[in-house]
Design a protein around this ligand. Structure first.
Ligand SMILES: NC(=O)C1=CN([C@@H]2O[C@H](COP(=O)(O)OP(=O)(O)OC[C@H]3O[C@@H](n4cnc5c(N)ncnc54)[C@H](OP(=O)(O)O)[C@@H]3O)[C@@H](O)[C@H]2O)C=CC1
Ligand SMILES: O=C(O)[C@@H]1CCC=N1
Length: 267
């Protein structure tokens, strides 16, 4: 299988790198397009020998699986551009936030197989979290293709399309909240006297370890949190501060803001 990316930015780079690292695709099977050779420079630097072109239609002609990774506001324009060269073999995968399946299918020839995927940048390191919904004409073999690709770079779940905006709020945008959390934890460490590099390492590994425990042990996070809180100890004092400062509410609000923004982008 060859895979063509239309749009060669951050998400295309994360997916292409992740596909290569997980060996679900080799570099000679990956193609990418963007408006100019300058805009293709980033992906060429990250992925040696990737096939690049400035012709979006060429991507469609040369590949069966097309991952459209352009900003939501130009998705429709790009789909109109490639519509005349779409073949029955093509599977069109959109990763755009907000843009709903009917709006993806509308500019394309009737019967085009479409899948809407919401990935995240940790696909780059094989630790992505993606959810997908099938379009009107997508078949079970298309679900298998998407599952194979996205499972190679992390977790992959099928969801009804009505839930995709919520997925954007939790895992699409989520890495950004967690990067802020890592930075803030490290700042705390530095304030308490740790060297920056050590504080950052400890903070990042702590998020990784906490996530791994939830995934692997399967216990409720509250139970795992309780195991860290000794009576009268350090952690419960810190948790009290988090609760007073609205830590949970801030995260819930962040998810809802992202979800609502995704809904707005679709309107
Ligand atoms: N970044 C993330 O964490 C996530 C992003 N997404 C979705 O992925 C999509 C891409 O986002 P992201 O990678 O961050 O954005 P970027 O801006 O990094 O990448 C967009 C790419 O599209 C190219 N492009 C612009 N116009 C065209 C065109 N007419 N034809 C072909 N390519 C074009 C850009 O080139 P140039 O640089 O020259 O403009 C750039 O290479 C978005 O729809 C976003 O919602 C989904 C999940 C997570
Ligand atoms: O911020 C954005 O719009 C994109 C979509 C999900 C993550 N980043």
């Amino acid at each position: 299988m060859t895979i063509g990316f239309i749009g060669a930015g951050k998400m295309a780079q994360a997916l292409a790198s992740g596909f290569i690292a997980s060996r679900v695709a080799s570099v000679d099977k990956l193609f990418a397009s963007a408006p100019s050779m300058e805009s293709l420079q980033g992906i060429k630097e990250k992925i040696n020998n990737i096939n690049v072109t400035t012709d979006n239609k060429d991507i469609v002609r040369k590949n069966d699986v097309i991952i459209v990774a352009v900003k939501p506001n130009i998705l429709s324009q790009v789909l109109k551009e490639i519509a005349p060269v779409i073949r029955s073999e093509n599977l069109i995968i959109s990763v755009a936030a907000g843009i709903r399946i009917p709006a993806i299918e509308d500019p394309l020839p009737n019967g085009t197989r479409v899948v809407r995927v919401m990935p995240n940048t940790p696909c780059l390191v094989g630790a992505g979290a993606s959810a997908y919904s099938l379009g009107t004409y997508a078949q079970s073999r298309d679900a298998e293709t998407v599952n194979k690709l996205m499972s190679a770079v992390g977790l992959c779940e099928k969801v009804p399309e009505s839930l995709i905006d919520a997925v954007v709020g939790v895992s699409g945008s989520g890495p950004a909240y967690m990067f802020v959390a890592i930075e803030a934890l490290a700042d705390g460490g530095v304030k308490a006297g740790l060297p920056r590099h050590l504080a950052l390492k400890l903070a990042a590994q702590t998020l990784l370890g906490a996530g791994k425990m939830v995934m692997e042990i399967g216990a409720h996070p509250a139970e795992l949190k309780d195991e860290v809180c000794s009576p009268g100890g350090t952690t419960i004092a810190a948790v009290h501060t988090l609760e007073k400062n609205g830590f949970r509410g801030a995260l819930i609000d962040a998810v809802l803001e992202s979800c609502n923004r995704s809904r707005e982008l679709g309107n």
